[in-house]
Design a protein around this ligand. Structure first.
Ligand code: FEO
Length: 169
């Protein structure tokens, strides 16, 4: 595999684990606020991020590349309002989209179509992740100020269940 593509994928393993850590911190925040449904939603989000990391880890290994596991950064976002994690989540997903796009561009540059095909799933996934984040913000804007509506929104988010990624390697 091209050295740059391999290094970027290796970095992305770390970034995905960081994403998991960040979302776990958001779940932690909502648990402290008594919103167990929001916490559930973000705990599942954290699990999905671990899946993303493991898919890249496995993809590198399947291609004979050495994976180096670096330190995972501390989640450093400061949450005060119930909206804060939601806007931070959208901002973070947009950042991750830019990272995936960068790896894709690097792979195209060296005609590494196996990697672009692998990344196609992530390109689509990022579209979903950004949409989910935007939908949560819209719902919070609409219903967040009313206690009864917030209770129902919390119940809706409590119903989210984890499912393993559809991508197999
Ligand atoms: Fe792994 Fe939320 O993107």
């Amino acid at each position: 595999m091209n050295e740059k593509v391999s290094a970027l994928l290796n970095e992305q393993v770390n970034k995905e684990f960081y994403s998991a850590y960040l979302y776990l911190d958001m779940a932690n925040f909502y648990t402290q606020k008594g919103l167990d449904g929001f916490a559930n939603w973000y705990e599942i989000q954290a699990k999905e991020e671990q899946d993303h990391a493991m898919l890249m880890y496995q993809y590198l290994q399947n291609n004979g590349e050495k994976v180096t596991l670096e330190a995972i950064a501390k989640p450093d976002k400061n949450f005060e309002t119930l909206m804060d994690p939601l806007t931070a989540g959208l901002e973070h997903e947009r950042y991750v989209t830019s990272l995936i796009n960068n790896i894709y561009a690097a792979a195209i540059e060296v005609n590494d179509y196996r990697t672009t095909q692998f990344l196609d799933w992530f390109i689509k996934e990022q579209g979903e992740e950004e949409k989910n984040s935007m939908d949560l913000i819209t719902k919070m804007e609409l219903f967040g100020d009313d206690a009864r509506s917030l209770y129902m929104l919390n119940s809706e988010l409590a119903a989210r269940v984890y499912s393993a990624p559809s991508l197999t390697l």
